[in-house]
Design a protein. Structure first.
Length: 312
C-alpha cells in the first residue's frame, strides 16, 4: 500500500502531524531512525517520504540518526521515490556552515561568521572577526547549543579554557557577528511546498529563546532552539517583506520543501537570515489565534503528493 512515510527521531515533534494525517484519513507510517539498517539491494516501499530529522538528535541519545537518515534518503532518491527534504536538506540541517554558504550564494545576507576547530583557533577566529559584541554557536546546532554572547576576547578565553565550554558534536565552533535589532523581536518565516505560508514574530525581550514547538517549556532542556512560552509567538498578518522571494529561491535551489527560516533586521534596516530549520515546528496558541495551521497545511501537501504518485 502506498503511504506517507515520515522520517524522524522525536515523537513529541511528530505527534501534531500524525494528528492531522489521521484527521485527513491519510495512510502513513513513521520511520524512527535512531537505529536501523539500509539494504542497498532492496527496493523502497511505495509512497512519498518526508524527512524531519533534527540536528539536535544527539541530545536525545540519537547521535548517528542524521548520518543514518542521509543514507536512507540517498537510497530513496536513487530509487526515484518522491522525497521531501532529501539529502541536500539534511546537509544544511546539520551544518550552519552549509546553511550560510548556500544562503550567500542566493544573495541573502547572513551574519559575518568564521568556523573554527580547536580552542586556540576559536580565539584566533574571534580576533580575525574583529567585531564586538560577538557570539559563539555550534555548527551542528539546535536547542541553542553553544550560543554565548561575548563583549571581549578575554571573556571568550575564560569560557573556552574554562569548565563550562561546550564543544560542538562535529567539533566545529562558529564565531559570529552579533546582530542587534532596534525592536525586541525576530521573525520566523514558514514555508510549505517551497512556498511562503506565514511569518511569526517572536518576542526576544527576555532573550533569544525561539523554540515554537508546544513540547518545549521552561523545564524542557531538550528544546530545539531554547524554550519560550507560547505567548511570545504571534503570526503576522499580511507579512510581505522583499526577502521572501529570495528565501523561496534559496529553498528551490537547495531542494528544501518544508522549512522555517529565522531572520532579523539590524538598526540600519538590513535583514539577515541566520537559521534554517528543516524539521520545523509550529506553535498551536499562535495558530489558533490566527486561524492558520501549519501541520494541517503540511498534511494536506503530503496527501496531495501521495495522490499524484498513486495516479501516475
Amino acid at each position: 500500500m502506498s503511504k506517507i512515510h515520515v522520517i524522524h527521531e522525536n515523537e513529541e515533534w511528530t505527534n501534531h502531524l500524525v494528528h492531522r494525517l489521521k484527521e485527513l484519513n491519510l495512510p502513513y507510517e513513521l520511520w524512527h531512525l535512531d537505529q536501523g539498517t539500509i539494504d542497498l539491494e532492496a527496493m523502497p516501499p511505495e509512497g512519498v517520504f518526508y524527512n524531519r530529522m533534527s540536528a539536535s538528535s544527539h541530545t536525545r541519545g540519537h547521535r548517528y540518526a542524521p548520518e543514518l537518515t542521509e543514507g536512507v534518503l540517498a537510497w530513496l532518491e536513487a530509487n526515484d521515490r518522491t522525497v521531501f527534504n532529501g539529502t541536500r536538506a539534511i546537509r544544511l540541517e546539520v551544518s550552519k556552515v552549509n546553511q550560510y554558504t548556500a544562503l550567500r550564494r542566493e544573495g541573502i545576507r547572513v551574519p559575518k561568521t568564521i568556523a573554527a576547530v580547536g580552542k586556540a583557533q576559536i580565539i584566533d577566529a574571534a580576533e580575525q572577526l574583529a567585531l564586538t559584541p560577538f557570539i559563539t554557536k555550534h555548527n551542528r546546532a539546535g536547542k541553542g547549543l553553544g550560543v554565548q554572547l561575548f563583549h571581549t576576547i578575554e571573556g571568550l578565553k575564560e569560557y573556552v579554557y574554562g569548565p563550562s565550554f561546550e564543544e560542538s558534536v562535529d567539533g566545529i565552533t562558529l564565531i559570529q557577528q552579533y546582530i542587534e535589532s532596534p525592536e525586541p523581536y525576530i521573525t520566523r518565516c514558514e514555508f510549505i511546498g517551497g512556498k511562503f505560508f506565514y511569518a511569526v514574530r517572536v518576542d526576544t525581550s527576555e532573550g533569544f529563546e525561539l523554540c515554537p514547538a508546544d513540547a518545549c517549556s521552561i523545564e524542557d532542556q531538550f528544546c530545539p532552539v531554547g524554550e519560550t512560552p507560547p505567548a511570545k509567538f504571534e503570526i503576522v498578518e499580511g507579512f510581505d517583506d522583499p526577502i521572501i522571494p529570495k528565501l523561496e529561491q534559496f529553498l528551490k535551489a537547495n531542494a528544501i520543501d518544508i522549512a522555517g527560516i529565522e531572520i532579523i533586521r539590524d538598526r540600519d534596516g538590513n535583514v539577515y537570515a541566520y537559521d534554517v530549520n528543516t524539521n520545523t515546528n509550529y506553535n498551536s496558541d499562535a495558530e489558533a489565534k490566527a486561524g492558520r495551521y501549519g501541520m494541517l497545511e503540511l498534511a494536506t501537501f503530503l496527501g496531495d503528493a501521495l495522490h499524484v504518485t498513486t495516479t501516475k
